[in-house]
Design a protein. Structure first.
Length: 219
């Protein structure tokens, strides 16, 4: 009887292992829908000179950024992959553009594969260089609450905040360097709430979730 029971148990185990091996692999969860991006994305400011930003597409992804305004003369343009140094999956619902009149446009988006936040400052002055932050804390992420006029990012030891209208800045330190992977930001920064006078953050410090808060003055 014991021998029969052992044989039956072994058979059940073999079936279970076989079922697991034949199961359809579960795709990792993405930050947003990675459907093919075909149409040019267009953003318009409210200034009378009609500042605008266009993201052209190619092979289902972003190809170039063009920014201009009425009377500017020639448009400014740069290649998307050239600017980022990497390819990303973009979803039109997870892209935001903020205009500071005809001074500059701020383009913010999250990569749909990793959720990594990017922020690009696009100055309209042809003598000014654009800037890129690839550690953005964007309010396109539901757990990151950031005032509409602010842009926020991290360098693993601090959170930096800038008013996109005035260029005034503030920061809050974590108190130590964190081994943050920007492609998996929520494993280290659970959530934030950033206003024009306060930064609040919930971060992972030495395997414990810790809340930190600081009153700030943008200057």
């Amino acid at each position: 009887m014991k021998a029969l029971f052992s044989i039956l148990a072994a058979a059940v185990l073999m079936v279970a292992v076989s079922s697991c091996n034949n199961a359809t692999p579960v795709a990792p969860k993405t930050f947003c829908d990675t459907a093919c991006l075909k149409d040019t994305l267009k953003f318009k400011g409210t200034d009378p000179k009609a500042p605008s930003v266009f993201i052209t597409t190619r092979d289902c992804g972003p190809d170039s950024i063009i920014w201009t305004y009425d009377g500017m003369g020639s448009d400014r343009k740069t290649g998307f992959t050239y600017l980022l140094g990497a390819t990303v999956k973009m979803n039109k619902d997870y892209v935001r553009c903020y205009f500071n009149k005809t001074e500059a446009a701020w383009l913010m988006f999250n990569d749909c594969i990793t959720g990594r936040g990017f922020q690009i400052k696009l100055p309209y002055d042809k003598n000014a260089s654009f800037s890129l932050k690839s550690s953005g804390i964007n309010n396109l992420d539901k757990k990151f609450v950031v005032a509409e006029n602010l842009v926020a990012n991290t360098d693993r030891g601090n959170i930096y905040v800038e008013d996109m209208n005035t260029g005034k800045k503030a920061m809050m330190t974590f108190g130590q360097k964190l081994d943050i992977d920007y492609d998996a930001l929520h494993e280290y920064i659970d959530s934030v709430n950033i206003t024009n006078d306060r930064i609040w953050v919930k971060i992972l410090v030495e395997k414990n979730w810790v809340e930190k808060e600081k009153k700030i003055v943008l200057e």
